[in-house]
Design a protein. Sequence first.
Length: 106
Amino acid sequence: MNAKLRMGAGGIVITWEMFQGEFLRKYFPADIKNKKVVELMELKQGDMSVAEYAIKFESLCAFSLHYNTMEAENDKCVKFESGLRTDIKHLIGFSQIRDFATLVDK
């Protein structure tokens, strides 16, 4: 069976997104989750390397279901770019890359 799909009770297909959402609801109180989402919204690269920024960004994205869907890949890339230091933004320009892994590697 596909690792991304599992059968739940009653034969209901459980996607990764469904599992992740339920996990966050059950094990992370709303106030902690909300603080992490705010931290993501305010995240800037600052003195972190791009790799360090990407790791922090990804860890915080785990708390925002929006950034964990394929439909949000474009939004995720735009958010990541917006938090980069100005000197790096100038180097890459406003990128049209809308695959997160490719953008980070650029």
